[in-house]
Design a protein around this ligand. Sequence first.
Ligand SMILES: Nc1nc2c(ncn2[C@@H]2O[C@H](COP(=O)(O)OP(=O)(O)OP(=O)(O)O)[C@@H](O)[C@H]2O)c(=O)[nH]1
Ligand SMILES: [Mg+2]
Length: 622
Amino acid sequence: MSASTSTTSERVVSTAAGSGERANTPAACDPVLEALERDFAWLEEYAQKRHVRSDELIRLRLAKALLTNSLRPWLHGDRAGPLQLVVVGGAGAGKSTVANFLIGQAVAETNPQAGYTRHPIAYVARNGPQPRLLVDNRLGRLKLAMDSKPASVDEDVFQIRPVTLQPGVQSALSHAVVWDSPDMTTWQAHYYTARLLEVIGLADLIFYAASDERYNDAIPTQFLRLVLQAGKPVVTVLLKMPADQAASLVDHFRKEVVARIPECPKVAACLAIPYLSPDELLDPAGKAARYRAPLFDQVSWWSERAGATRAQGVTAAANFLENGQEEFLAVARRDLQAIDEWQRLVTQGRSDFVARYEREYLSGEQFPRFNAALLKLLELLELPGIGQIVSRTLWVVRTPYRLVKGLINQVSGTVTAANLPEEPVLRSAFSAWLDAFRKEAAVRAGHPIWEQLKSQFDADLAPRAEAQLTADLADFQAKMTQEVDRTARAIYEDLQKKPAALNTLRGAKFAVEAASIAGTVIMLGAHVMMDIVLVPLVAAFTQELVEILGKQYVDRQREKARQRGRELFEVTLATPLADWLLKWPALSAQAVEQLQGVVQRVPEHLQLLGASVRAEAGGPRP
Ligand SMILES: Nc1nc2c(ncn2[C@@H]2O[C@H](COP(=O)(O)OP(=O)(O)OP(=O)(O)O)[C@@H](O)[C@H]2O)c(=O)[nH]1
Ligand SMILES: [Mg+2]
């Protein structure tokens, strides 16, 4: 069958645009409403990119549709306009047939091909009530189609079809708008279910069509539940069963399907349209009048209470939004949690990286440059110029001491144990850091962000991270060499720059050596043999003392260089690498900021909106 209607888009456009806002528009709500619409639109897009479960996406879309198509017009003054009756149901269930029964004429295209109707179509009485206040002639994502199109056109559009009411025939269009809609059987088919959700968002009353064979299909039933959760009153209509089984089938449907839905009290009635002849289908107000009457009674009952129905509907929608916020924000919270975990892993990995460098390299590193600096310092303390004769003499006197010390060093192995080389230690510590991520990513596979991280690991993370390490390492090593060199050189250069202090030290050292040797000789008197033995011993003792003091000083400087090395390692290597890894994951900083903003704003705004709707509607929060 084809539609017997024509489209007068121009007239509808002017009616919709010209319906205007009422003077009592709660302007205070507008910023909140707009922020929510923006946040929900962003969340939907984000959820889609994240490939979230379809039920999650559907909830987000419904939330956005309720905001834009129901709460916005109501807050802007559309309080008691014509009821918006929306027929929903599975593919081929009989939605278009029910629409025709409500209208009283066979104007909606019915078709044996299930899934025929692909975009929402509003049927309005010519010069009668129009769809709810539309902003820019849009119904959410749907554009108003300006030309008449078949119901099967698969586009993000909606139509408004004026119908000339037949004299003497009662029609729902006298005080309501009837929407025929696409099916929801294809729960997975994101693209056209979204169109249905826009019109559900708008609905004051839902007619849920189900055919006798498929009345308990899972997906339409889940949809029915969602509609009830959103607080829409629902009339169910079972079709196509033999007339004598109508009562028992409706009863069965009520018990087995409706009663199992926790929100079932919102189901206002369960009706039946048994299997009819083609003639009856073409003449709903005449030949099929008896089956049409109960449907029409429902419309009349709800229409008499249009204002209260709408107020209850928006209150229920606001409550649904407020109570469902955790589900709407689930995708954002999951991803923020994943980001937190990633950041925690980076921080943990950074501490392990620093600790390992400290343990396996830095704490054992002797910095040979400081040994050379000690020798240089000791040389510097020897007398210069003519005094060198004395110094050399003392050097000769200390020969037995040097030989014995050398021997002891050889035997006791005081040469420092070989430390692990720096670069391999660093590289293996860094690999361990990356391995920890790889392990976590594998464990958490299933979460989209971790999945993405895992695939990036498998692709190019390791080489990119190694390249980053190599770049930071070169910087660190250059700075560290400079630092060690500077500190080690300062040990003797500082003294060289202060000749007075140097000479005082040299003088003091010489004075101690001379005094102790002279004292020994004087004490021993004429015992030449004793002098030969004890004088080198005393000279050795004073030299050892000087060396110990010198070494202590150099060790202190060495420790300072090590401390500085720690700082340099943090600043030039560990921190830049951690920052690089923090920036790296799947999301941009902007997206993270947006996620945080959404999670923070949405609950607060939903609460404000709910409070304001309840205050206006005088409804309690269930
Ligand atoms: N003979 C007969 N056919 C019926 C009856 N009810 C529905 N049909 C047919 O079943 C088919 C599907 O009905 P529609 O009303 O188009 O179903 P729909 O839910 O709108 O289908 P889609 O838009 O394709 O999802 C059409 O060919 C109808 O004519 C009935 O009582 N008797
Ligand atoms: Mg249809």
